[in-house]
Design a protein around this ligand. Structure first.
Ligand code: AMP
Length: 129
């Protein structure tokens, strides 16, 4: 069965898209630790990140790097944190999180944002790509 992220890639489930290439897709996390929390995923549906073939893994890191540079310009923060967890969605993904404090790296601290706020954040990040 297709993962929720595969459904996001196909457009079956909406997302606040940041960028897309032939092989990768980036969008805002719907339950963000901090404003600008972004997920970068390979279109190839593989559960665990270290099970990706080497080319896809390196491609995902390059893609995440490009997104992180734009994110750091768009969102005031001390730095962009990068985390891989994957306990919730079985489709490899990188979390990019603008960090002000260590609390922003904790997945127990969540921000509630309105749809218009997600839209504005996505547009701002995209403008720095
Ligand atoms: P994990 O698999 O533990 O790395 O967490 C999966 C992440 O995906 C969580 O941070 C969720 O908030 C996020 N997530 C789940 N469903 C969606 C969705 N439909 N749109 C955006 N983010 C999502």
């Amino acid at each position: 069965m297709a993962t929720i992220f595969t459904k996001i890639i196909s457009g079956e489930i909406p997302s606040y898209k940041i960028a897309e290439t032939e092989d990768f897709y980036a969008f805002l996390d719907i339950n963000p630790n901090a404003e600008g929390h972004t997920l970068c995923i390979p279109k190839k549906e593989v559960n665990k990140i270290f099970d990706l073939d080497e080319a896809t893994y390196i491609g995902l890191m390059k893609f995440s790097h490009r997104i992180a540079i734009a994110l750091e310009k768009a969102i005031p923060c001390k730095r962009i944190g990068m985390t891989v967890i994957g306990l919730e969605v079985p489709h490899a993904h990188v979390h990019l999180i603008p960090l002000q404090t260590m609390e922003d790296a904790l997945f127990s601290n969540k921000q509630k944002l309105e749809p218009e706020e997600f839209e504005a954040i996505a547009n701002k990040i995209t403008s720095f790509l």
